[in-house]
Design a protein around this ligand. Structure first.
Ligand code: CTP
Ligand code: CA
Length: 230
């Protein structure tokens, strides 16, 4: 048992992971996006694959390579990301790490917008994007275990618990993106400090490398499938 722990514990399980930002076009040469390196989502995909899971990694544009042993589906927009995730169903596990743009420019211009004398100040109108985690959390082909993240700058626990319910998730990894202990934002770094929020309570993990967060999450998910509870 101890020797098996951490090795191939998710063999035969199918997992879908979203990672990175989405890019929402304003015109053919411009977009809006969230800040996301993709490091945490990719690290979770790597840890799932290392545990033997069959992983589909649906990623927005990132500068890092896909981990070995995962099937990469590259997308740009939130709507493309949702379509790619739905196409990858059914799955046993869904882990939604992407920093999806909540809004997109309502009507992307088909020609490049031009500045110039006499031009009106640019005003954009936004439309709300689909919520991928919530859609899959309430899907008729919902994976057995659904995990989300919550990036919060205030009221971390209350907001994370609300997201758990609203989105139909089993687990939310909440991180305080405002500041870390040293007062600096941890976004874009190699480490993550998360609180694991489930209906059973909240567990605070120390500040860890994103790889270690991935491994611990995979341990927790493997416990679920071996009947030790999520
Ligand atoms: N998420 C998603 N699709 C969206 C927005 C968010 O799948 N359109 C997922 C994220 O990948 C993450 C979780 O939902 O796992 C929470 O994202 P977050 O931005 O913290 O929550 P929102 O519901 O968008 O709320 P807000 O940004 O207003 O706090
Ligand atoms: Ca959001």
């Amino acid at each position: 048992e101890a020797l098996l722990a951490g090795t191939r514990r998710l063999a035969g399980r199918r997992a879908i992971v979203t990672s990175g930002p989405t890019h929402e076009p304003i015109d053919p040469v411009r977009y809006i996006a969230n800040r996301s390196s993709g490091r945490q989502g990719h690290a979770i995909a790597a840890a799932l694959a290392a545990a033997g899971a069959e992983v589909v990694l649906v990623s927005g544009p990132v500068a890092i390579p896909a981990p070995p042993g995962v099937r990469l589906v590259s997308v740009e927009t939130a709507r493309e990301m949702l379509a790619a995730v739905e196409a990858a169903l059914p799955a046993d596990l869904g882990v939604f790490v992407a920093a999806v743009a909540d809004w997109r420019p309502a009507d992307a211009a088909t020609q490049k917008l031009k500045k110039g004398p006499g031009a009106e100040p640019l005003a954009l109108t936004f439309a709300e994007n689909p919520d991928i985690l919530a859609t899959i959390g309430h899907h008729r082909e919902r994976p057995a275990v659904v995990v989300g993240f919550a990036a919060e700058t205030q009221d971390l626990f209350a907001n994370a618990l609300a997201k758990l319910d609203r989105k139909g998730a089993d687990l939310i990894l909440a991180n305080d993106v405002a500041v870390d202990d040293s007062g600096a934002s941890i976004m874009g770094g190699t480490e993550n400090a998360v609180h694991v929020v489930s209906r059973d309570g909240i567990e605070t993990w120390p500040r860890l490398s994103k790889e270690e967060v991935g491994r611990r999450l995979v341990d927790r998910l493997a416990d679920h499938f071996s009947g030790e509870g999520a």
